[in-house]
Write a new protein. Structure first.
Length: 284
């Protein structure tokens, strides 16, 4: 496995892989890799001949009062994990390499899909994500790109971008990997104290109950969200940003009983750490 830090070197590696007729899988990450990321890299390795894992804490997707500086950076460990999962390249550019000038081109998806849920409390977040992911797509020219259902809204936004900009690739979405206790794996979990971690278990617990109620026939979105909200609010360390349901794809508002496929998503702060989690509600 090779650690690559420049755009020029990545282009060379990709050109060589393409010339050799290899299919390319791309796994974009912000590093501090854990088993959630590992599942993406593993899938990319199974489905492609050449796997690029990007490790880049993308400044443009962080708001002014967010955790850009504090975000964990563990490149050595990330390279080891990526290699063990079958990556061929870890691409870890500097911010200057990805954004050489202050004047720049943005890629922005408009509409409900970027406005609701995290879009409300993090207004510039998805513009940063779509801009950096576009750059990575253009550089790595992947046949397939791998993302986690953990970031369900990001997946919907990126699907829209791929469609609108005619990116010639397949988006592969992998299930949420959880700790044994149910907490969705996240690089930000390292911020949690022991008691905050325990408190945060309410997220997966309440979402699972909602999924069970849906499976048992509950189709009233407000009844489901209220039950989740109440259970989370009863946890004294929690501070709810949102508990909401939207229709899939593209996060349209729910009118009337739930039909087809919907996303029940939560964002909740425990101390200073904001966690997200979700379940998909759909008839089997
Ligand atoms: P991040 O490094 O947090 O930007 O995440 C990089 C990719 O890994 C994104 O597509 C995430 O959705 C995915 N990911 C993060 N955590 C998990 C998890 N617990 N399960 C599955 N995928 C995940």
């Amino acid at each position: 496995m090779k650690l690559v830090k420049t755009v020029a070197e990545l282009r060379e590696e990709i050109a060589a892989a393409k010339t050799a007729g290899k299919t390319i899988g791309l796994v974009p990450t912000m590093g501090a890799l854990h088993e959630g990321h590992a599942s993406l890299i593993k899938a990319a390795n199974m489905e492609n001949d050449f796997v690029v894992v990007s490790v880049f804490v993308n400044p443009t997707q962080f708001g002014p009062n967010e955790d850009l500086e504090a975000y964990p950076r563990t490149l050595d460990a990330d390279c080891k994990l990526a290699e063990a999962m079958g990556a061929d390249i870890v691409f870890a550019p500097s911010a200057k390499e990805m954004y050489p000038s202050e004047d720049m081109t943005w890629v922005e998806v408009t509409g409900n899909v970027t406005k609701v849920l995290c879009g409300r409390s993090r207004p510039i977040h998805f513009r940063g994500v779509t801009t950096v992911v576009s750059k990575l797509f253009n550089l790595a020219q992947p046949d397939r790109a791998y993302f986690g259902q953990k970031d369900a809204q990001q997946v919907e936004v990126l699907k829209r971008m791929v469609k609108d900009l005619f990116f010639n690739l397949q988006l592969r979405v992998m299930p949420i990997v959880r700790e044994a206790d149910g907490l969705a794996k996240s690089s930000r979990n390292t911020y949690l104290s022991g008691s905050e971690h325990q408190a945060a278990l309410v997220l997966s617990r309440s979402l699972k109950k909602a999924q069970e109620r849906f499976a048992a026939g509950e189709r009233n979105a407000a009844a489901l969200t209220e039950a989740v909200r109440e259970e989370i609010a009863a946890e004294p360390m929690s501070n709810i940003d949102y508990v909401e349901i939207y229709r899939l794809p593209e996060l349209q508002p729910v009118n009337g009983p739930l039909t087809g496929s919907s996303l029940l998503a939560v964002a909740v702060k425990f101390g200073t750490t904001r966690l997200i989690d979700n379940v998909i509600l759909e008839e089997k």
